[in-house]
Design a binder for this molecule. Sequence first.
Ligand SMILES: Cc1cc2nc3c(=O)[nH]c(=O)nc-3n(C[C@H](O)[C@H](O)[C@H](O)COP(=O)(O)OP(=O)(O)OC[C@H]3O[C@@H](n4cnc5c(N)ncnc54)[C@H](O)[C@@H]3O)c2cc1C
Length: 375
Amino acid sequence: MNSPEVLIIGGGLAGLTAALDLANKGKEVLVIEKNLYPNHKVCGEYVSNEVLPYLEYLGIAFNDFQLPKIDTFQLSTQAGKLVQVNLPLGGFGISRYTLDNQLYILAKKRGVVFLFDTVTEVQYVQDNFSVMLSTKQKITCKVVLGAFGKRSNLDVKLKRNFIQQKSPWLGIKSHYENTGHPSNVVGLHNFPGGYGGLSKIEDGSINFCCLVRYDDFKTEGDIASFYKKIASQNPILKDFLSNAKSKFEKPLSIAQISFERKKAIENHVLMCGDTAGLIHPLCGNGMAMAIHSAKLAADQVVIFLEKANFTREDMEKEYQALWEKNFKNRLWMGRQLQTLMMHTNWFNFGMNTVANSKLMLRSLIRNTHGNPILS
Ligand SMILES: Cc1cc2nc3c(=O)[nH]c(=O)nc-3n(C[C@H](O)[C@H](O)[C@H](O)COP(=O)(O)OP(=O)(O)OC[C@H]3O[C@@H](n4cnc5c(N)ncnc54)[C@H](O)[C@@H]3O)c2cc1C
């Protein structure tokens, strides 16, 4: 497919859901993804129910899996003081290995074409895009969606502001054999310089995923001693880590995770998911936002392709406005949390305060989550 109607750069959650939605509406879609499916990703793998009706509308058959239903949120301070609240909407646990692969299989069935390659450049000339791949192939098309995740070679190429700054955050994740962690609980447990999330996924394994400031991590230098000496300062994590058996040969990690402001449209490319902005994982909502933003973009693209009097400018304006309406405040909240986390004493104070007040914790959840999105 050398000139699809829509080309999507990146086949993670945002790219795959946008592709499926567009294909369901009869559009010709090409997804360019640099990695083969299935693959593991650094992610807490707790999905908010905000997106469940939409994913079902897209055609994902979750009944084929035994997904843990999560309705309870636990937060613990470094000293292990625990507070627990109900999650108003709740969510479910599923590995990215399975979720992305299911979306990929379904998208292929619905006619989406996949090319496994790296996009190296996107040019916008005379109301059309030229997209260059690492294999020197060049593809032209009318619409491009950017769904290339948190950090990509394309951010450098597009000279995006956030990529010029170093980010101090490191993410680490592994799956562990079932240790008896309750299926209905997602826990966030604080330790010096970060926190680790515990929740169950579809095969009964426990996902342990940490976000940590690089400066705190590097005092240990390797993941095993970071777990032992830093993460285990929280007694709940100490108990988990001393009994847990990893299913991965070694944990996955990603560095330079940026929560800085990004633009939702650059060079006429509509950005979706983390490419448009990543919310702090403490909010547990990045995947739902990625999927929701992909839906908003797909809706506008369909109108643009079908209505002669709806111009590119209209499409961009409308997407920008919808994006801000739905995500601006939540991302702002996430950035405040990040600022707090950069100051250990403030963060400990904040965690202790929240851990003493269910009311505050409920308010935090309310302010970082949205309402269910429908078709
Ligand atoms: C530590 C951590 C824990 C988290 N935990 C949770 C959680 O529990 N719940 C939750 O809802 N969210 C969580 N998130 C957030 C969530 O993981 C992201 O918001 C989500 O993955 C965004 O999906 P995406 O499609 O935007 O990006 P991705 O899933 O990263 O997809 C981007 C895709 O683009 C591809 N790509 C990149 N560049 C190119 C290129 N040039 N050419 C071709 N392909 C390219 C990549 O290979 C990748 O497949 C967490 C994030 C972190 C960092």
